[in-house]
Write a protein that binds this ligand. Structure first.
Ligand code: ZN
Length: 427
């Protein structure tokens, strides 16, 4: 299958000056040429992108799709601890088959808002793998670990082979995802590192999200959560850490390595009053940054455009300096930064010949995007997720003219509502 996208304003995200007008030629799942249209390229499918921006698909580097059921639900004035306790009560009522529909709903929402790759950490991961495969989106699915070593060994022995078998030969990767230092024992965390090393997987964890987590770590382990994770060997494998809100001076050099990324989740951090992650300081230390939405319960959407805008706003307000992070830097976090965090920098995150055709088209024919002026500013500060018109992942159309191609979203929304009503009545 040969696809031609023509008449686009192309942002390859390989450098702020690399913007061009022209065509993108795609053969099967890969980009084979960018720029002037070749007369030798006989396209099976032509997409006219006049008035549209073509850019890499967004990477949501931290979410929990199963939590879509709990969005907009009893979420006022809760801090992380109170909120977790509320959520754990609800999660006790989840059954395996609930997760397929939740995952499809979340994936549908993400495609509608321009995401082509996501990293998830939750229960019943096989259902999320199945949904990602059916929707033809890329994903790093975390095998989530909680509790003591016995429980973790049981989870790895029973779940990992199934996830690996399901995802083999696909665009799905399986990561090892111990939930957090306060929900996993020392042995579980060491074991997670060992399994990640053995399986050549990435290590995904929540870290330094709240002051309470840091204080408890200092009291129990006599070190910060980051230093504690380092002492357990977590930085000896490629890893990405969600949050990084409260960092000690000694944490920065630990995070400053090319196998580590910190995933900024600004909406969740604001909503749970966790704090503002020091992304400018991390960037000054050359710490790799990515962006995530976190779950729909603490956000309450999976909309990366909202996260981009809020990141820029918070970076400014937290230091009382305007435009600390350029809009281009923010877009990098949401594209190549996420791809790097998820071990996919060679395959996506920028538009380049030889990379996968993970491309979104953004319709600029909108009042709020007129005049467009600085295109990067327009995307971060003015564009809405509903401006995303068309989405391709590995050359497959996932959405065209705002219509999802791989998910019957009306049906999925209806089923989500039914399951949620049932769940509230389960004992
Ligand atoms: Zn999270």
């Amino acid at each position: 299958m040969k696809t031609l996208i023509r008449n686009a304003t192309i942002l390859p995200m390989t450098g702020p000056e690399d913007m061009l007008h022209g065509s993108i030629m795609i053969e099967d799942h890969q980009i084979v040429a960018i720029g002037r249209e070749s007369t030798n390229f006989k396209a099976d499918r032509i997409i006219d992108a006049k008035g549209m921006i073509a850019m890499p698909g967004l990477v949501n580097a931290h979410t929990h799709l199963g939590m879509v059921y709990f969005r907009n639900y009893r979420d006022s004035s809760l801090n992380l601890q109170d909120w977790l306790e509320e959520i754990w009560k609800l999660e006790a009522h989840l059954v395996e088959q609930d997760l397929y529909i939740a995952s499809l709903l979340g994936i549908g929402e993400m495609i509608q808002s321009g995401t082509t790759t996501f990293a998830d950490m939750y229960f019943f991961q096989a259902e999320t793998v199945k949904a990602a495969l059916d929707a033809k989106i890329k994903a790093n699915i975390g095998l989530t670990l909680f509790g003591d070593l016995k429980e973790s060994k049981h989870r790895v022995a029973t779940i990992l082979p199934e996830l690996q078998q399901m995802s083999g030969g696909s665009a799905i990767k399986i990561d090892i995802a111990p939930h957090a230092i306060y929900t996993c024992s020392d042995d579980t965390l060491r074991y997670a590192v060992e399994i990640a090393k053995q399986e050549n997987s990435r290590f995904h964890i929540h870290a330094s999200e709240t002051i309470k987590e840091v204080e408890d770590s200092l009291a129990t382990h006599k070190m910060s959560p980051i230093a504690y994770l380092a002492s357990l060997g977590a930085f000896s494998v490629p890893n990405y850490l969600a949050h990084g809100v409260h960092l000690a001076a000694e944490d920065y050099p630990i995070l400053q390595n090319k196998h580590t990324s910190v995933v900024h989740n600004p909406s969740s951090n604001c909503k749970l009053a966790s704090g503002i992650a020091p992304i400018k300081k991390m960037a000054d230390y050359k710490i790799q940054l990515a962006l995530g939405t976190d779950g729909a319960s603490s956000n309450n959407t999976l909309d990366m455009f909202q996260e981009m805008r809020l990141s820029a706003m918070l970076a400014a307000i937290s230091t009382e300096k305007t435009i600390l992070f350029s809009p281009y830097d923010i877009l990098q976090m949401a594209t190549i930064g996420g791809a790097t965090a998820l071990g996919r920098a060679a395959e996506c995150g920028t538009l380049e010949v030889g990379k996968d055709a993970d491309i979104i088209l953004i319709n600029t024919d909108k009042a709020h995007l007129t005049p467009l002026n600085n295109i990067y500013s327009a995307l971060v500060f003015a564009a809405k997720s509903s401006d995303v018109d068309t989405v391709l992942c590995r050359g497959e159309l996932l959405m065209q003219n705002r219509v999802l191609q791989t998910i019957d979203i009306a049906q999925v929304m209806k089923k989500t509502q039914t399951i949620w009503e049932q769940m509230k009545n389960r004992n």
